[in-house]
Each structure stands twice: as structure tokens, then as C-alpha cells.
Design a protein around this ligand. Structure first.
Ligand SMILES: Nc1ncnc2c1ncn2[C@@H]1O[C@H](COP(=O)(O)OP(=O)(O)OP(=O)(O)O)[C@@H](O)[C@H]1O
Length: 233
């Protein structure tokens, strides 16, 4: 079943008539060369950017017909380089609640760390003292505070070395299946996309050239996609 649908979505000069669907409880990666519009598409899904024309449907309803606060609880986003505030891991996990005038319980915070295989003793660690891999885990835990249905991930492994990249990929795959959530993951790394994707969207110059089960990327007859797969663009 499709959980999200783009209908002829355009945004400034960046996206042009994007129409496509995203399946529920799957990992879909947005791939394509730099400047293709991958991050812009992602930001449109939770209303950080709006369409000039066209619409995005979430469970059949225009995303702007939802209360934006509730939408962002259901559709949560983790950013490149895992931005954090100064303070402890707990302070950072508490941020999404704090924004809504709530406070995250310590037990729930410890549970969230468990989800990403970090011991609860991390709650009182200063974020400036934790490693890059731990930081990525905390960032992922933070996206889960409000038990989202959809996780939007923007290049979350780009600053990590290869071993950590694989660890985070396995963690996201496990989170996806254990929590039965939908993951939409922007990556410029085709090998990563091939490892983690059920489905892919291939974007280039603000257009969605092809979409579907991940295998299409190897079989596509589109010369632009073939060139990308060969590493030429
Ligand atoms: N706020 C903005 N104002 C003007 N142009 C923008 C803005 N944000 C993005 N762009 C442009 O839109 C295009 C698409 O950007 P976007 O970040 O969505 O691409 P991307 O596929 O995620 O690229 P990358 O892999 O390099 O991050 C780029 O040419 C970028 O310079």
C-alpha cells in the first residue's frame, strides 16, 4: 500500500512535475547526482517546504490539511551530520518534546537509547564527548521520540567511516522492520542505496526519471541512469 503520493509537484526552479508513490513499511531511497533535488523532495514531505503546484498526499490526504505539529510527529526527520545542542544526550533527546512544551521521561529516554543499542548511562554524557557513530545513533533515537510512522533520513552516514556506515545501515533496517515504519532515505551513495533499499526513486535535474523496486537501477534502459550506475555522472 502507498503511504505517500506526489502529484505533479513543482517547487521553484528546483523540482519539476514530480509524480510518484512511496510504499508503506518499506525503505525507499532517493538517489541521483548532486543537485538533483533529493533533499528538496524530502523536505516537502513533512512540510518544511511547500509545493508551488501539485500536492503531496499522506494516507490520501494533502499534507497541509494535517495539523503541522501532528504531521511532524508522524513524519520525523534526521539530518546530515546529526545537529545537536550543547548539553547531554538526554537534553538532545528531550528537544522534540521540549518544542511542544512537554518533557521526555527518563525511562522513555533510556528506552529510546535501547532502540539504537546505546546503554542508558549515555543519557548523562555530554554530546561533545561522544563519537560520530554514537552521535548518529542518538540522532536516530531522537527521531523516534513521538513514535513516527515515517522516518526521513538526509545523508545520515555521510560523515562516517565505512564500518560505522554499515552499522548505521543495519540499525536503520532493524528499526524499520521492528517498528514496521516507512523510511525515506536520501543518499548520494549508490552502493548504500543498493544495500538498503526496497524501492528507489532516481532523480536528476529536478525530475523523477524512474521509480520502483530497487532492482530497476541495474536494469534501466534510461541512458542517464546507466551513466550514473557506471559512475560517470
Ligand atoms: N533555498 C534554496 N534556494 C535556491 N536554490 C536552492 C535552495 N535549496 C536548494 N537549492 C538548489 O536546488 C537544487 C537541488 O538541491 P537539493 O539539495 O535538493 O539537491 P540534492 O539532490 O539533495 O543534492 P546533494 O546530493 O548535492 O545534496 C540545487 O541546485 C540547489 O543548489
Amino acid at each position: 500500500m502507498d503511504i505517500l503520493e506526489f502529484n505533479n509537484v513543482s517547487h521553484n526552479d528546483i523540482l519539476h512535475n514530480i509524480s510518484g508513490t512511496l510504499r508503506e513499511s518499506k525503505i525507499t531511497t532517493f538517489v541521483g547526482p548532486s543537485g538533483a533535488g533529493k533533499t528538496t523532495c524530502l523536505k516537502m514531505i513533512n512540510g518544511l517546504l511547500s509545493a508551488d503546484t501539485g500536492e503531496i498526499l499522506y494516507r490520501g490526504k494533502n499534507i497541509f490539511d494535517y495539523d503541522i505539529t501532528r504531521l511532524r510527529k508522524s513524519i520525523s526527520m534526521a539530518f546530515q551530520s546529526s545537529p545537536m545542542i550543547d548539553g547531554t544526550v538526554y537534553d538532545n533527546l528531550n528537544l522534540p518534546s521540549d518544542i511542544h512544551g512537554e518533557t521526555l521521561g527518563r525511562d522513555r529516554a533510556a528506552e529510546l537509547l535501547g532502540l539504537v543499542d546505546l546503554h542508558e548511562s549515555f543519557l548523562d554524557r555530554e554530546v561533545r564527548d561522544i563519537s560520530g557513530g554514537e552521535r548518529s545513533r542518538v540522532s536516530l533515537a531522537r527521531t523516534c521520540v513521538h513514535e513516527p510512522e515515517v522516518l526521513l533520513l538526509d545523508e545520515i552516514t555521510s560523515s562516517l567511516d565505512y564500518v560505522l556506515v554499515r552499522e548505521i545501515e543495519r540499525l536503520v533496517q532493524r528499526m524499520q522492520s521492528e517498528m514496521d515504519i516507512t523510511v525515506i532515505w536520501v543518499t548520494h551513495d549508490l552502493e548504500q542505496a543498493k544495500r538498503v533499499s526496497h524501492d528507489m526513486w532516481f532523480l536528476r535535474s529536478g525530475e523523477l526519471l524512474e521509480q520502483g523496486p530497487a532492482e530497476f537501477i541495474e536494469k534501466s534502459e534510461n541512458p542517464e541512469i546507466q551513466a550514473f550506475v557506471r559512475g560517470e555522472k
